[in-house]
Design a binder for this molecule. Structure first.
Ligand code: AMP
Length: 192
C-alpha cells in the first residue's frame, strides 16, 4: 500500500513515517531528507538546492520529481510513504503518472492538521533542543525561513488537499493529538 503524508512543516509527517517504517515495513520517501543528503554531500545538485532550501522556499518540481522517480524503481517492501512529496499540483500529477507507469496505486492520502501557532512553537522548539543537545539546528528551522515555509505550504501545497479530496482517498487526522494517538488514527485509516 502506497500513501502520502500531507501537512505543513512541523505537523509530524517525519515522525509518523518513522513509526510506519517500524510497524509495517514500509519505505519512507522523504524528499526533504534526500535534498539534505545531497546538500551535505556537496554534490552538484546539493549546491544548486542549498540556498533555496535554507530560505524555506520550494526547490523546482523537476529536481524532486527526478529524485522520486529514481526511488520508485527500488524495492517498496510494505509500500511507499511519500513524506513531504508531492508539494505542488505539478508534483501530484507527476506522481500519479509515475505510479501508473510502475503498475502501482496510491491507496491513501493522510492530512495531518495542525494550527500555525503550534507549528511555529514546535519548529523553533526543535531548533532550540538540537542546539541544547550540543548539535546544530536545521538551517531552515529559524523564524524567518519558517515564515517562507508556511507561505509555501499555504500557497503551493495546501491546494493538494482539495485535489486529493476530489480524487478520493483523502483522510484528515488531528495532528495536535499526542504522537501515539496520531499513530493510532493513521493505523485506523490504513486498516479500514
Ligand atoms: P522538509 O524536510 O520536507 O521540510 O523539506 C525541507 C526543504 O526541502 C523544503 O523547505 C524545500 O526547500 C525542500 N523540499 C522538500 N521536499 C520538497 C518538494 N516535494 N518540493 C519542493 N521542495 C521540497
Amino acid at each position: 500500500m502506497n500513501i502520502i503524508l500531507l501537512g505543513p512543516p512541523g505537523a509530524g509527517k517525519g515522525t509518523q513515517a518513522g513509526f510506519l517504517v517500524e510497524s509495517r515495513d514500509m519505505v519512507q520517501l522523504s524528499t526533504g531528507d534526500m535534498l539534505r543528503e545531497a546538500k551535505s554531500s556537496g554534490s552538484e545538485m546539493g549546491k544548486i538546492v542549498a540556498e533555496v532550501m535554507d530560505s524555506g522556499a520550494l526547490v523546482t518540481d523537476e529536481i524532486v520529481i527526478g529524485l522520486i522517480k529514481e526511488k520508485l524503481q527500488g524495492d517498496n517492501k510494505g509500500g511507499f510513504i511519500f513524506d513531504g512529496f508531492p508539494r505542488t499540483l505539478e508534483q501530484a500529477d507527476a506522481l500519479a503518472q509515475l505510479l501508473e507507469a510502475e503498475g502501482q496505486t496510491l491507496d491513501a492520502v493522510i492530512e495531518l492538521k495542525v494550527e500555525d501557532e503550534v507549528l511555529v512553537d514546535r519548529i523553533l522548539g526543535r531548533a532550540a533542543d538540537a542546539v541544547a543537545a550540543g548539535g546544530t539546528a536545521r538551517a531552515d528551522d529559524n523564524a524567518e525561513s519558517l515564515k517562507t515555509r508556511l507561505m509555501a505550504y499555504y500557497k503551493q501545497t495546501s491546494p493538494l488537499i482539495g485535489y486529493y479530496y476530489a480524487k478520493g482517498g483523502l483522510t484528515s487526522v488531528d495532528g495536535l493529538a499526542d504522537m501515539a494517538t496520531v499513530q493510532k488514527s493513521i493505523a485506523a485509516v490504513l486498516d479500514a
